[in-house]
Design a protein around this ligand. Structure first.
Ligand SMILES: Cc1cc2nc3c(=O)[nH]c(=O)nc-3n(C[C@H](O)[C@H](O)[C@H](O)COP(=O)(O)O)c2cc1C
Length: 200
C-alpha cells in the first residue's frame, strides 16, 4: 500500500506544509508532492480542452501526475481553505489531471465508467475560520458536496477521511501543534485501516 501526500501552498514553511509533512510522517512511507515547488501549471490550456473533447493527446505534465497517482492507493490532499474552497493551484491540478479517459470514461454504449475505484482519497483542510462558522455557513456540507461527491466519488474513488484544522491563523502554536499531532494520527489510522481492509 502506498500513499501520496499532495500539498498545495506556495510557502514551504507555512502551517499547511507543516501539516502535510506531519501527515506524511505519521503515515510512514508516503510520497510527497509539493505542487507549488514542482511548478505545476494549473491553467486549463487548449490542449486540455482538446483532450476533454476527445481530441489530441494527454499533455506530458498531466500524464506524469496521473502515473504518480496510479502508483498510490491512498491520496492525501492537504490545502488551506481559500474562499470556502480549495486554492486555484489544487483546483487546476484536479481540472487538468482528473480527466476523461483516466479518471472516468464512457463505454462504447455511452455508459459512464468510474475509473478510480482502486483509490482512497483523504482530505485535510487548514482553515482560518472556526468550526461553528463552518457549520453555520454549511461549509462542511459544501466540502462534502463539491469535493467528496463532486470529485472523489464521481471518479469512483472512496473518501478515506476529511479532517479540518480550524482557526489556523489565531490559535496558539502550542494548540496547533497538539491538533496537528491528533489530525495526522487520525489520517494515518484511516490510511492504515483501509490498508488492512484491502488485505483481508
Ligand atoms: C485568498 C485567501 C482566502 C481565504 N479564504 C478563507 C475562507 O474562505 N475560509 C477560511 O476559513 N479561511 C480562509 N482563509 C484563511 C486561510 O485558510 C488561512 O490563512 C490558512 O489556512 C493559514 O494556513 P497557512 O499559514 O498554511 O497559509 C483565506 C486565506 C486566503 C489567503
Amino acid at each position: 500500500m502506498t500513499s501520496l501526500v499532495v500539498v498545495s501552498h506556495p510557502s514551504p514553511d507555512s502551517l499547511t506544509h507543516h501539516v502535510a509533512h506531519a501527515v506524511a510522517r505519521a503515515i510512514g512511507d508516503a510520497g510527497f508532492a509539493d505542487l507549488a515547488a514542482e511548478g505545476f501549471d494549473p491553467r486549463f490550456s487548449e490542449a486540455d480542452v482538446n483532450l476533454y473533447q476527445g481530441k489530441g493527446t494527454t499533455p506530458p505534465d498531466v500524464a506524469a501526475e496521473q502515473r504518480r497517482i496510479d502508483r498510490a492507493d491512498n491520496l492525501v490532499l492537504v490545502f488551506p481553505m481559500y474562499w470556502w474552497s480549495m486554492p486555484a493551484l489544487l483546483k487546476g491540478w484536479i481540472d487538468r489531471v482528473f480527466v476523461s479517459g483516466w479518471a472516468y470514461d464512457y463505454a462504447p454504449g455511452g455508459e459512464f465508467v468510474k475509473k478510480l475505484d482502486r483509490l482512497t482519497v483523504h482530505v485535510v483542510v487548514v482553515a482560518g475560520d472556526d468550526a461553528d462558522s463552518f457549520e453555520r455557513h454549511r461549509i462542511h456540507e459544501a466540502v462534502r458536496t463539491q469535493i467528496e461527491r463532486g470529485i472523489i466519488e464521481y471518479c469512483g474513488a472512496r473518501v478515506g477521511s476529511t479532517t479540518y484544522l480550524h482557526e489556523s491563523d489565531t490559535k496558539s502554536r502550542e494548540t496547533l501543534a497538539d491538533e496537528i499531532v491528533e489530525l495526522s494520527t487520525t489520517v494515518a489510522e484511516r490510511v492504515s485501516a483501509r490498508t488492512q481492509l484491502s488485505f483481508s
